[in-house]
Design a protein around this ligand. Structure first.
Ligand code: PXP
Length: 261
């Protein structure tokens, strides 16, 4: 089920975690994630994403409070499926919650969640959050069985992990890149066919975003590390504006193909 005409605009969620990483490197109060979120909004972001990690290595509880109070865009809170995070989510009730796996020793979210391996626990985690009115997304690898299970535990959205695809782009391994892109495309198509909303993200850059943005079932991309990095050289507004432009360009191209077919 491909989103219909008029719904085809691809949303950009800007992940501001690494604004907080820079702040925390010196234990100072700057740069401020809310200020970054407002700049991202002015550059065309449709939403803001922040990951409150168990070890609080970047985003803090106070950041979530400030984003909930001061942001005029939907907040997508990434969180691990723990009792602590459930209580925080129920207190703030952000627009959306994206459940991710979390390991203390990892540098970033290395893989999608193993939904199948913790089905009952996840169903119990999700139920009160849905009742509280939050949209539930689960970050998964491009795997139909995991996607099906995400829906079974109550998610209405899956976010597909694009990390492997981006990794092969950096390595310059064209065969593996093409294989990964196919996997994401096929997973997006399967997820949409069973009625899930499809998002994607992780590791996306100006060089890798267009093939993912061109997948017609995907309605939102969440992008962070590259945008914050690029902001060092060109400013956050410019960095986000350029990502927005590339996404819209890819989506326009695919829309004209669909309409012409
Ligand atoms: N989506 C999810 C679920 C993530 O965990 C992350 C990383 O925090 C992203 C998207 C964004 O990845 P990146 O910062 O590499 O753009």
């Amino acid at each position: 089920m491909i989103p219909q005409n008029g719904d085809r605009k691809l949303r950009l969620g800007v992940n501001i975690d690494h604004v907080a990483t820079v702040r925390n490197a010196r234990g100072s109060h700057y740069p401020n994630p809310l200020q970054a979120a407002r700049l991202a909004q002015s550059a065309g972001a449709d939403g803001i994403t922040a990951h409150l990690r168990e070890d609080r290595r970047h985003i803090s509880d106070q950041d979530i409070f400030e984003l909930m109070e001061g942001l005029h865009l939907p907040l997508n809170l990434e969180l691990a499926a723990t009792d602590e995070m459930q209580a925080i989510a129920l207190k703030h009730r952000p627009h959306a919650l994206c459940i991710v796996p979390e390991k203390r020793e990892e540098v970033t979210t290395e893989s999608g969640l193993d939904v199948i391996g913790q089905k009952d626990r996840l169903a119990r985690f999700v139920a009160p959050l849905r009742e509280a009115g939050c949209r539930i997304s689960i970050f998964v690898n491009a795997d139909d069985k995991q996607i099906e299970c995400a829906q079974a535990v109550g998610a209405e959205i899956v976010e597909l992990h694009t990390g492997a695809y981006c990794h092969y782009a950096i390595e310059g391994d064209k065969a593996a890149l093409s294989h990964e892109l196919q996997r994401v495309a096929s997973a997006a198509s399967f997820a949409a066919s069973i009625g899930l909303e499809v998002h994607a993200g992780h590791g996306l850059t100006y060089d890798t975003v267009k093939p993912i943005a061109a997948l017609p079932e995907i309605v939102e991309l969440n992008i962070g590390h590259f945008l914050v990095s690029e902001a060092i050289f060109r400013g956050l507004v410019d960095a986000v504006t350029e990502m927005r432009r590339l996404m819209d360009e890819a989506r326009c191209e695919i829309n004209s193909l669909i309409e012409g077919s």
